[in-house]
Design a protein around this ligand. Structure first.
Ligand code: 3PG
Length: 213
C-alpha cells in the first residue's frame, strides 16, 4: 500500500514533462533553487546523491519548500535509500537496478524509478514489480530508436529517458507513447547556481512546459 503523503512512480513521472536532475555543492543554494523551479511549474525535483551536501540539501528542501516534492537521485545502495528517506526524500531514482535497492525503497515507502539500459535489466525490474523506469544513459544507449524497439516487448513499461536530453531533443522523446517524462540537468547548470540566478532557473523551468507537443 502507498503510505500517505507519498507518490507513485507514475505520479512522479506525470507531474510535468521534465524532472530536473540537480547536483548541489552548497546547502545555501537548495531552498532558493527549489523555490525557483516550483515558480517555473516544476515541483518533482531530483537531488542527486553525488556531493557530501546532497542529504542536507534534500532535508532543507523537504523542510522549507512544502510545494516541492523532493526526491533523491543517484541512489545506488540500501544505505543511500535509507539515508534519502531519512532526509525527507519522497521518491528515489537510481542509475541502475538491484533487487536490494528495489526492496529497500519499498520498505522505506519511496517510489523508485529504477535505471535500465538493456532488455534484461527491464525484465529484472519488471520481475520485482516495477513498471515505470528511468532509461539511462538514454541518448548514449540508443535514444529514441531504442525506446521504439522496446515498445513491442515492453508494451506495458513507461520510461523517463535521462542522459543527453536537451531542450532540442526532448520533444522527440516526449512524443513517444512509452515516454512519460524526461530527466535532465540543463535546468540547473553549475554557472546559474554559482551566480544564484534564480530568475533564469525559473525561466528555464517555464520553457519545459512547452516541450510536449
Ligand atoms: C545524470 O544522472 O547524470 C543524468 O542523466 C543527467 O544527465 P544530463 O546531464 O545529460 O542531463
Amino acid at each position: 500500500m502507498t503510505p500517505p503523503n507519498s507518490f507513485t512512480a507514475l505520479q512522479v513521472m506525470q507531474d510535468a514533462p521534465v524532472i530536473p536532475v540537480i547536483v548541489l555543492h552548497d546547502v545555501a543554494h537548495a531552498v532558493p533553487m527549489a523555490r525557483a523551479l516550483v515558480a517555473g511549474g516544476l515541483r518533482m525535483l531530483e537531488v542527486t546523491l553525488r556531493t557530501p551536501q546532497a542529504l542536507a540539501c534534500i532535508e532543507a528542501i523537504a523542510r522549507e519548500v512544502p510545494e516541492a516534492v523532493v526526491g533523491a537521485g543517484t541512489v545506488r545502495t540500501v544505505a543511500d535509500t535509507v539515508a534519502a528517506a531519512g532526509a525527507g526524500a519522497r521518491f528515489a531514482v537510481s542509475p541502475g537496478y538491484t533487487p536490494a535497492v528495489g526492496k529497500a525503497c519499498r520498505s522505506e515507502g519511496l517510489a523508485l524509478l529504477p535505471g535500465v539500459a538493456t532488455a534484461s535489466e527491464i525484465m529484472m525490474a519488471q520481475d520485482d514489480g516495477f513498471t515505470e523506469m528511468k532509461f539511462f544513459p538514454a541518448v548514449q544507449s540508443g535514444g529514441v530508436g531504442m525506446l521504439k524497439a522496446w515498445s513491442g516487448p515492453f508494451f506495458d513499461i513507461r520510461f523517463c529517458p535521462t542522459g543527453g536530453i536537451t531542450p532540442q531533443n526532448a520533444p522527440e522523446f516526449l512524443a513517444l507513447p512509452n515516454v512519460a517524462c524526461v530527466g535532465g540537468s540543463w535546468l540547473v547548470p553549475a554557472n546559474l547556481l554559482a551566480q544564484a540566478d534564480w530568475a533564469l532557473v525559473t525561466e528555464l523551468a517555464k520553457q519545459t512546459l512547452y516541450l510536449r507537443e
